[in-house]
Design a protein around this ligand. Structure first.
Ligand code: CNA
Length: 835
């Protein structure tokens, strides 16, 4: 791999000065064994194309920053990247010619099921045969056999390769099998019609550029890091069918067998979902990233860290003592007496040099001195799987998340909140302390009774309200002058100012359907998990805990599986927002499927914590038939993965697990929103808690909840923030009435529920919250996991009581539940404690 151009003395000086004050983010250790193997493969790769001879590239300008999903990239390259490629040579070499035949076998968009014809299967097999015939692949096979990761017979090895690269799987869970490792890595895909995923191959790049589907926008690099035309790894920005990939890294000139060999080796050696290996190949230090999708590759790509040439330049430019140079050369030194002393000094110098090098590598790949490599990891890869957003509690998140809140001013409540949450207090304590500091900051606040006694805010500019906070569930409430909530916002909606409404919802919107939320004291699901002897309530969603004992989660799952509960007025209100063409997107944390059931279409809905519609192995992610998983769980059995025999779980996102890819639509939606409605959530789970702070600062935010939560606890409320506290069904109905939508919602609800809707789901008369025996969980006495022994709550409609109503299996979420994976079979064992 070709070395990089010279770094200036000035650059070196800057680095050395910066070294004095900045911490160094030590890079991951180099994997020597794999470096040795991959260097062998590099030498064996006789099919690698030679830059300047077999192909020429024209790098042109450096591309600018483009955010993911923004498809308006400035073009810094008027000509194509590839000026010439010896196509005859490509066609003569079997691995390339067979590789190129595969490139038109796939549906570009995820969410569109792949149909693999018999001819295409033959093409896949011929390609693998060609790859396996190369010296590169033979060497890798030998290595994998020696390590016990493959068998010596070629048929087994080929079948392994086929599964890793060509087995189809679901990338978009709402569709059929729409992807495979080969398609993602070598061909490229588009997600939601808005962005490019994968696409890390230079031959595909060249061919697509030739067909004018790809438009090269420029290379990506730091100022000190200018690429050369003979580099074998490049970071590029380009558009493909009009969508922009802000940065994509690819080998250039490397043969398909070389790439297949590298990624297959890393895949088989590791069982983690995402593996990053640092290796030195030729003169370069690379990170190779491989992400697993069950038994197959989800994505794989290289990242250039540094070149030996650069490090060498750095050493040459430092005025080193001769002894230091001896040490740096790696020679073993035997020294005594004075010589030893001198070597000790030299050693200190060497240590300093090595630190400078480490820092330089960090600077080289990251550019942002204060963040060094970690910032590169986030920005340069542009692979969502890498920029992992996982579900976690707000207390963790406040220390880790970097989502910038809106500007509340230097003395804002948020800044106090941050200071407090940076301490080691548990979250609840933080919030109650916040209330205290809030009181200190605003004398109009005063403690005034319990949550139960607090009345809802009925709006109106001059009304005052007792405002319970989430942090004081048992009691402290405070009084303040609110901004007129429903009235103000409904005026904006009626004036046509809100055409891109984003709704963020949580468990509180489903309590009226008879599903307890998590945190409401006494009725919340967390309060009812004591019998499982779990260390803390959230452990029910802890993947390690589940791995050890799935029974608590399965008991909860039995309560929440779609089928028994029906959507309520609140769901239909959101559906009406869509009906009126105002809903940009609904982001729900709920896993009950009621949003889909009331007719909110898939493309308007982000089920950020997953759903029961699909299931997979919690360990190797092999898909499992959702219906069979449900049957097993409902009969107190544990569904078991047919591949690795670990426990299967519905695809509900647990703490620490990645959120579904669709969640990332937020980066486009929230900046575009012109009204944010937050309903029925305690905003205690990240990343949701921070998400509400990512709308533009001028955008109105309306909280509909029983308590003030998140940024709505600020005193006074930020300009543009509104809240209406009280029972949600009540509040939403009043909101609908102000908008003039109430009877339409009733009609919509009646037609969808086939005229058999439980009347208590309709908020017919405005009773003070707490007096309507049919309304919500405030009146639902719960035992066990929330509902056993309870009277029939509103919104919960047993199928038998609804003659003519569509049975659970006829709704859309149930349909997708019955999708089967032909490779999965149920193998259930009893989940009783004795097993
Ligand atoms: P949470 O922490 O339990 O908070 C719910 C919020 O809603 C609280 O602030 C309540 O005061 C409020 N609330 C409850 N009922 C009403 C009502 N009738 N009127 C007004 N306000 C009300 O739940 P979050 O959604 O904030 O937490 C996210 C968790 C909850 C997600 O991970 C979900 O998976 C999980 N969850 C989902 C469901 C479901 O799918 N229905 C049920 C329980 C928990």
């Amino acid at each position: 791999m070709a070395p990089r151009s010279a770094m200036s003395c000035f650059g070196l000086l800057v680095i050395m000065l910066a070294m004095v004050s900045l911490p160094i983010d030590a890079s991951q250790a180099v994997n020597q064994e794999l470096s040795d193997l991959f260097n062998e493969l590099w030498k064996l790769d006789t099919n690698r194309m030679k830059p300047g001879t077999d192909y020429t590239i024209s790098l042109q300008g450096k591309a600018g920053y483009v955010s993911q999903g923004n498809n308006n990239a400035r073009d810094h390259a008027s000509s194509p990247l590839f000026s010439s490629v010896d196509e005859n040579k490509l066609k003569r070499i079997t691995t390339y010619s067979r590789f190129m035949k595969l490139l038109d076998n796939y549906e570009r968009s995820t969410g569109v099921a792949e149909h693999v014809t018999a001819d295409e299967v033959t093409e896949n097999n011929l390609f693998l045969d060609a790859v396996m015939g190369t010296e590169v692949m033979k060497r890798v096979h030998k290595y994998l056999v020696s390590k016990g990761f493959s068998r010596s017979d070629l048929r087994t090895f080929k079948s392994q390769l086929y599964t890793i690269w060509f087995r189809l799987y679901h990338r978009d869970r709402n569709a059929g099998e729409d992807s495979c490792g080969f398609e993602h890595v070598f061909v490229g895909e588009t997600k939601f019609g808005t962005e490019i995923a994968g696409f890390h191959n230079w031959v595909q790049f060249y061919l697509q550029e030739k067909s004018r589907n790809v438009d090269y926008k420029g290379y990506k690099a730091r100022d000190l890091d200018m690429p050369d035309t003979d580099d074998h790894i490049l970071n590029l920005q380009f558009s493909w069918h009009g969508l922009v990939k802000p940065v994509s890294s690819s080998f250039v000139g490397a043969s398909p067998e070389f790439e297949i060999a590298l990624y297959t080796t890393i895949f088989l050696l590791n069982t983690h979902r995402s593996t990053t290996v640092v290796v030195n190949i030729d003169q370069c230090q690379l990170e190779l990233v491989v992400v697993r999708h069950g038994r197959s590759i989800g994505t794989a790509y290289p990242k250039l860290l540094s070149t030996a040439h650069l490090v060498a330049q750095l050493q040459v430019r430092l005025p080193l003592h001769p002894l230091s140079k001896v040490l740096l050369s790696g020679k073993t030194v035997h020294a005594t007496g004075d010589t030893f002393q001198r070597f000790a000094l030299a050693e200190a110098e060497v240590e300093c040099v090595l630190q400078i090098q480490t820092f330089y590598v960090a600077l080289y790949v990251g550019g942002d001195m204060s963040k060094a490599r970690s910032s590169w990891d986030k920005r340069a890869s542009q692979e969502r799987v890498l920029t992992r957003v996982t579900r976690h509690s707000a207390s963790q998140a406040r220390q880790k998340e970097k989502i910038q809140p809106q500007d509340f001013g230097p003395d804002s409540h948020e800044s106090q909140q941050k200071k407090l949450s940076d301490s080691s207090f548990p979250l609840v304590q933080d919030l109650s302390l916040m209330s205290v500091s809030g009181q200190a900051a605003s004398l109009s606040w005063k403690v005034s009774g319990s949550e139960g006694s607090s009345g809802p805010n009925h709006g109106g500019p001059s009304s005052s309200v007792t405002k319970p906070t989430e942090s004081s569930p048992g009691g402290s409430t405070v009084k303040h002058s609110p901004q007129s909530g429903l009235a103000s916002v409904s005026r904006l909606v009626k004036l046509g100012r809100c055409k891109n409404v984003v709704v963020v919802a949580g468990a509180g919107i489903s309590t009226a359907s008879g599903i307890p939320d998590f945190r409401t004291p006494g009725t919340g699901l967390y309060a009812n998990l004591a019998k499982y002897d779990i260390p803390y309530p959230e452990a029910v969603f802890n993947i390690d805990y589940f791995s050890n004992d799935p029974r608590p989660f399965f008991s909860l799952a039995k309560e929440l599986y779609p089928g028994t509960h029906r959507p309520n007025y609140i769901h239909y209100f959101i559906q009406m927002l869509h009906h009126k063409g105002l809903l940009l997107r609904m982001y729900t944390q709920n896993i009950d499927g009621l949003e889909k059931m009331c007719g909110i279409p898939d493309d308007k809905l982000v089920e950020a914590h997953g759903s029961f519609a699909t299931a997979s192995c919690h360990l190797c992610y092999t898909p499992f038939c959702a219906q069979e998983a449900k049957s097993a769980i409902m009969s107190d059995m544990v569904p078991v993965c047919t591949f690795c025999e670990a426990t299967v779980k519905p695809d509900i996102v647990f703490f620490g697990e990645d959120l579904p890819e669709k969640y990332f639509l937020h980066s486009k939606d929230f900046p575009k929103a012109d009204l944010l409605i937050v309903m029925g959530t305690s905003l205690q789970i990240e990343p949701f808690a921070s998400l509400v702070n990512t709308v533009r600062s001028t955008v109105p935010r309306l909280l509909l909840n029983r308590n003030a939560v998140g940024p709505f606890q600020k005193v006074p409320l930020k300009r543009g923030d509104y809240m209406e506290l009280g029972d949600l069904v009540d509040t939403v109905r009043r909101f609908a009435e102000m908008l003039g939508w109430h009877s339409e919602i009733q009609d919509l609800m009646a037609s969808r529920e086939n005229g058999t809707v439980h009347t208590s789901s309709f908020p017919a008369i405005s009773l003070p919250s707490g007096n309507d025996p049919g309304r919500g969980t405030t009146q639902t006495k719960t035992t066990g996991l929330g509902r056993r022994g309870a009277s029939e709550p509103s919104g919960r409609l047993p199928p038998k009581s609804r003659p003519g109503a569509r049975g659970p299996s006829s709704n859309s979420s149930e349909k997708s539940e019955s999708e089967t994976d032909s490779k999965s079979t149920v193998s259930a064992v009893s989940s009783s404690p004795s097993t």
